[in-house]
Design a protein around this ligand. Structure first.
Ligand code: CO
Ligand code: CO
Ligand code: CO
Length: 311
């Protein structure tokens, strides 16, 4: 049902009983020092691609690279314990895996999920008039870069870890029965990259209202001070030809909207009639953000218009 043609979050394969198997793999290098929190966030990041297809995870396998000669095995134990912690919250078990010796640790999950075939939500079905929602604040790439350079307050450090370790489960469950036309999660290509993939697949354009886009604390100050990952510049080069910024929008914001995220939130295109109900449900579910950030508009090709004012 879903393959490589639309840059979607996971593969979907229709079974004969009307269900669809959802299959994804994702693994990453350490983004924080604490091995348990790294494992937890990496697993949350991997699970997210099943939620981003409208699916529910069934089981997972570990994929591990680890320098067993240089780093004590207890560290690997903590990483795996973090993965188990995320899997338990997702209601699934990790039933196996594979590891190889490598100079740098890497960890993630292969996740198998399921959904009724007619309930699989791709990133390619957005319709003109849909409201766009985002369920986590942006900035984890900038903040983890700052963390590595030791320039961040402890409160912000724990805030960014909380964002990355949080599952998108409750956000995905809030969508049940609503007219969600397109769905994805925000990861390495940043908000604008993943929104562009959605608009490209849907043959539509989008308008964002900058004040409505949720950001983590300190993100703009750090971006202003040129503290951001290389991926933010690469993403920006890629998205810039398709983005129309209001002239007054500052440089720091242009970086932040291209910041690569680890385990970012869901990006939802929902029928305008269901937008208030979705906002209510996300707030009730306590998602880290329940932000209505813009809308899908008519456009010949994937374009994002970003306005400095609110809706
Ligand atoms: Co994804
Ligand atoms: Co992915
Ligand atoms: Co093997």
């Amino acid at each position: 049902m879903v393959g490589t043609s639309t840059a979607d979050d996971a593969a979907a394969y229709r079974l004969e009983n009307g269900q669809a198997i959802i299959q994804t793999v994702d693994f990453i290098t350490p983004i924080v020092d604490d091995p348990f929190e790294f494992g937890r966030s990496a697993a949350a990041n991997s699970l997210s691609d099943v939620y981003a297809m409208g699916g529910r995870p069934l089981f997972a396998l570990n994929i591990v690279c680890f320098p067993t000669k240089q780093v004590p095995l207890e560290v690997l134990g903590e990483i795996l314990r973090g993965g188990v912690d995320a899997a338990r919250e997702a209601g699934i078990e990790i039933v196996g895996g594979h590891s190889v010796e490598d100079t740098e640790p890497k960890y993630g999950l292969i996740v198998t999920g399921i959904a009724p075939a007619d309930a699989v939500i791709t990133n390619a079905g957005a319709q003109v008039g849909d409201a766009l929602f985002l369920t986590k604040p942006l900035g984890s790439g900038i903040l983890t870069t700052a963390m590595k350079k030791g320039r961040m307050s402890d409160t912000t450090a724990s805030e960014v870890i909380r964002v990355m370790r949080t599952l998108n489960r409750s956000a995905a469950e809030a969508l049940a029965g609503l007219r969600v036309h397109a769905l994805t999660d925000i990861t390495g290509f940043g908000l604008l990259g993943h929104l562009l993939e959605m608009m490209h697949g849907s043959r539509t354009a989008a308008r964002l209202h900058l004040p409505s886009v949720p950001l983590l604390p300190e993100v703009l100050e750090l971006a202003e001070a040129k503290v951001y990952p290389g991926g933010a510049s690469r993403n920006r080069n890629r998205t810039e030809p398709h983005v129309q910024w209001s002239a007054s929008i500052a440089e720091a914001h242009r970086v932040a909207l291209n910041d690569p995220q680890t385990s970012g939130g869901l990006l939802i295109a929902v029928a305008a009639e269901d937008a208030d109900e979705l906002a209510r449900r996300l707030e009730q579910a306590g998602t880290l953000a329940a932000a209505r950030i813009g809308e899908v508009i008519d456009g010949d090709q994937a374009t994002i218009v970003i306005e400095a004012g609110s809706v």
